[in-house]
Design a protein around this ligand. Structure first.
Ligand SMILES: C[S@@+](CC[C@H](N)C(=O)[O-])C[C@H]1O[C@@H](n2cnc3c(N)ncnc32)[C@H](O)[C@@H]1O
Length: 236
């Protein structure tokens, strides 16, 4: 097992501990979006943390949650099925973003912690897809996750308690190209000094800055506005 097949079991508590500030930014960027224009597409929905955030922020939105990984998708289904409101409003699409069946018009899309999985050629297709389908007053909210391909020493990312068990995540990164990093993730679960599990996995990620996203999207006909950790793309 590797990648999200390892990460999925640890994802929610550890992401909740590290992503709250970006979540607030995403909610603010979505505020007031006209959901009558079409669904909101959650690209790389993962376990559904972003899906639930979109649903809380836009109370009438229909959401298309695109998630290709089966391990993450099983957590996503549990989250959606356990909430009658989400069950009504969320469609889970078991595809990558570029092959998912999408309606002709969408009100918006969110890429939260997902853009690192898109190579430059994939991003070009993604911006073109948005340019083709985004409603005139719609918005695409993109998290700029890894703007530069730097090395990073092993760093503790989060430490959370669930019942008697403490879960910790640490990460290190190596630059493996001008726009490429290899991330090593370690997840530890323990009670006091006793380690119960230690799982590790690696991700090879694409690095892209906010300015590059704006330039790439402009070539597809979209306008980008950079705010803190996000780029918001519109037609205006
Ligand atoms: C770090 S998770 C982010 C989950 C969620 N958006 C959040 O912020 O908590 C990134 C997700 O992107 C998904 N992903 C990877 N490649 C993708 C692709 N080509 N299209 C859509 N999603 C993809 C992964 O399977 C993973 O679940």
């Amino acid at each position: 097992m590797e990648g999200y097949a390892i990460t999925a079991q640890y994802y929610d508590p550890l992401a909740a501990a590290t992503h709250a500030d970006v979540d607030r930014q995403i909610a603010a960027a979505l505020e007031g979006l006209d959901t009558a224009l079409g669904p909101i597409v959650d690209i790389g929905a993962g376990t559904g943390l972003t899906t639930a955030l979109i649903a809380r922020t836009l109370a009438a939105a229909e959401i298309l949650a695109i998630e290709p990984d089966p391990a993450m998708r099983s957590a996503l289904m549990t989250r959606i099925w356990s909430d009658p409101d989400l069950r009504e409003r969320v469609t889970i699409l078991p595809f990558g973003a570029l092959s998912a069946p999408l309606p002709e018009q969408i009100a918006g899309a969110v890429l939260s912690a997902a853009l690192v999985h898109f190579a430059p050629a994939d991003r070009e297709m993604l911006w073109a897809l948005f340019a083709e389908r985004l409603a005139q007053t719609g918005r695409i909210v993109v998290e700029v996750q890894c703007p530069t391909a730097d090395d990073m020493p092993d760093t503790q990312m989060a430490s959370v308690q669930v019942g008697r068990i403490n879960y910790q995540a640490s990460a290190s990164a190596q630059r493996i190209g001008p726009d490429r990093q290899r991330w090593h993730m370690s997840y530890r679960a323990g009670i006091g000094e006793r380690e119960l599990r230690c799982d590790q996995t690696t991700y090879e990620c694409w690095v892209v800055s906010a300015d590059t996203i704006v330039a790439e999207a402009a070539r597809a006909g979209l306008t980008g506005r950079i705010t803190n950790d996000l780029v918001v793309l519109t037609r205006a």
